[in-house]
Design a protein around this ligand. Structure first.
Ligand code: ATP
Length: 306
């Protein structure tokens, strides 16, 4: 087994009394797309910034590409990152912007056509940056991060603000990049946006790790869930309140309430009880179906378990 690309050991960052990252142990295996998933404020950006030598940990240690955090110059040349929106010149073309970046970084301009190809901008490289969609802007940012031929690509919420097409294109891009041999560490607050492309997941909540492992492991660990729908959608929130008293990880999803069944031992008894409680509240249920849980359910139950 090759050495993991990132290993953190009780990595911690405190801002005053607020603990942004709390004794985080995480590992990113070589050659995977690793999703770093957590709600807003869970500590993802702070962790990524520590890994990139932009923020100093309060305590704990880590290695990136086998080198300690304390020696960023030993590994940063082999890391490409997109942490904030990159600064590009609006009036210059994507290709010209990359030229500026190579000049500034002392990199060969010969890489530009290849990186534009990888990010799917080969035929738009000559267009002005300001004419790009948000998805194209994000992809140009990734092209820029790839210019130095990194071994690890770190992306902070690259799907933020993208429409479903943009998100799909981003997923395809991440897959392509990883298939080319890079390791990708990508954060998101939406598991569903990335679950299809991630081989490995690290999930954090309030600075602490709640899951780490193969995506398939998480899915296999996910137990059943019950999907409940009411005759009148206006009753859904009341129903959710009833369910939440019993299963804190239940959530409303569109016109249904989803209830992960991890902690429920007697499923039939639970369904009967739920039906009775709904009737007492004059809520008519029109659907109660038990099925395989999704990653989202598993995520909700992991968070609910804290
Ligand atoms: P988001 O998706 O919203 O960026 P995140 O998971 O990346 O969330 P962080 O940005 O790492 O989370 O923030 C974690 C916590 O640390 C938050 O409570 C945040 O307010 C706090 N925090 C982050 N940076 C600072 C700072 N420079 N000074 C004080 N508190 C900070």
């Amino acid at each position: 087994m090759p050495q993991p690309v990132v290993v953190t050991d009780r990595l911690t960052k405190r801002y005053g009394t607020r603990t942004a990252v709390d004794e985080l142990d995480m590992e990113v295996p070589t050659g995977v797309v690793a999703g770093f998933i957590g709600a807003n404020g869970a500590g993802k950006t702070t962790t990524l910034r520590m890994l990139l030598g932009l923020v100093r940990p309060t305590s704990g240690t880590a290695t990136v590409l086998g080198q300690p955090l304390s020696d960023p110059s030993a590994y940063l040349p082999k890391v490409g990152a997109l942490i904030e929106s990159p600064a590009f010149y609006p009036g210059l073309s994507g290709e010209r912007n990359l030229r500026v970046q190579t000049t500034l970084a002392g990199l060969p301009a010969s890489r530009i056509p290849a990186v534009l190809e990888v990010v799917g901008l080969a035929d738009r490289g000559g267009d002005a940056y300001k004419s790009y969609s948000l998805g194209m802007k994000q992809r140009l940012g990734i092209a820029s991060a790839l210019l130095g031929e990194p071994e690890l690509l770190v992306l902070d919420e690259p799907t933020n603000g993208l429409d479903p097409t943009g998100i799909r294109e981003m997923r395809e891009l991440l897959r392509r990049v990883a298939d080319g041999g890079l390791t990708v560490l990508v954060s998101s607050h939406q598991l569903t946006e990335l679950q299809q492309v991630c081989d490995h997941l690290v999930m954090v909540d309030q600075g602490r790790r709640v899951f780490q492992g193969a995506t398939s492991e998480l899915l296999a660990a996910g137990t059943d869930r019950v999907v409940v729908a009411t005759e009148h959608p206006r009753d859904l929130d009341r129903l959710l309140r009833i369910v939440l008293a019993r299963v804190p990880a239940a959530s409303r999803q569109g016109r249904q309430v989803h209830v992960p069944l991890d902690g429920v031992e007697d499923v039939t008894g639970f369904l009967a009880e739920l039906n009775r409680s709904a009737m007492e509240e004059a809520i008519t249920l029109v659907e109660m179906s038990v099925g395989a849980g999704t990653l989202e359910d598993r995520y909700a139950s992991l968070m609910g378990a804290l």
